[in-house]
Write a protein of this length. Structure first.
Length: 205
C-alpha cells in the first residue's frame, strides 16, 4: 500500500472553508480514482497547518493520479490561504486499527530519519506498537516510510483531544525507547485534529 501527503501552511481563519472544500469537492473525486483507498485531513486550527493524505493500492495507482490531482491541490491551497504545498509519497509499512476513527479524534504525527529503515519498521512493529496500543484512548496507528529520502512518519490516532494530551508522557517515553533501540533522528512532532477520517487502509502488522 502507498500514501501521498500534501502539507499546506494556511491561514487559521480559512481552516473551516478548507475542510468543507476538501470534504465536499476533493474527497469524492479522489476516492473515485482507480486504486484509491481513501483520504484523511489533519488540521491545526492555531497555526493553519493542514495535512491531506490519500492512500493507494499500488505505487502505479498513486503515480497515475499525480497529474489529475494538481489542479485540486492548487485550488485547496488557494482556499486555505497557503502557498507552495509540500507533497510527499510514502510506502505504508505498518497499519493497525483498534476501531474506526470518529468525530473528535486527534493525532500525533512524528517524522523521523532512521539509520536503517527496515530495522526501524521491525522495531516499530514489534517493540513500539504494543506500547502504543496499550495507551488509553488509542484508536489506530500507522508507520509510513520514504525509502528514497530515508525518512519515516508515524501517526497515532486517539479518541479525543483529551486522550492525546494525556498520552504525552508515555509518548515521550516511547520515543526514548526508540532512540535507545535504534539509531534515529527525530525531525518533527505535531498534534493535529482529525478533521476528515476516510483513510481506509487495511490492517498491516
Amino acid at each position: 500500500m502507498y500514501a501521498r501527503s500534501t502539507t499546506i501552511m494556511g491561514d487559521p481563519g480559512s481552516i473551516e472553508a478548507g475542510i468543507s472544500h476538501v470534504r465536499d469537492e476533493i474527497l469524492p473525486t479522489v476516492t473515485g480514482m482507480d486504486g484509491c483507498l481513501g483520504m484523511s485531513l489533519l488540521v491545526d486550527r492555531e497555526t493553519g497547518r493542514c495535512i491531506a493524505t490519500t492512500s493507494w493500492e499500488t505505487e502505479e495507482d498513486m503515480a497515475a493520479s499525480r497529474s489529475s490531482v494538481q489542479a485540486m491541490r492548487a485550488r485547496a491551497t488557494e482556499i486555505l490561504g497557503g502557498a507552495s504545498p509540500v507533497v510527499e509519497e510514502w510506502e505504508v509499512a505498518v497499519m493497525h486499527r483498534d476501531h474506526n476513527a470518529h468525530d473528535g479524534c486527534a493525532c500525533r504525527v512524528t517524522w523521523t530519519r532512521p539509520n536503517d529503515l527496515d530495522m526501524a519498521i521491525e522495531f516499530w512493529r514489534t517493540s513500539l506498537l504494543p506500547r502504543i496500543e496499550a495507551i488509553d484512548g488509542f484508536c489506530s496507528a500507522s508507520f509510513l516510510v520514504d525509502r528514497a529520502g530515508g525518512r519515516a512518519c508515524g501517526t497515532v490516532t486517539f479518541d479525543s483531544q483529551a486522550a492525546l494530551e494525556a498520552s504525552r508522557e508515555e509518548a515521550a517515553a516511547i520515543r526514548d525507547t526508540a532512540a535507545r533501540g535504534i539509531s534515529v533522528e527525530f525531525l518533527d512532532i505535531a498534534e493535529l485534529e482529525l478533521a476528515l477520517a476516510h483513510l481506509r487502509l487495511p490492517e498491516m502488522v
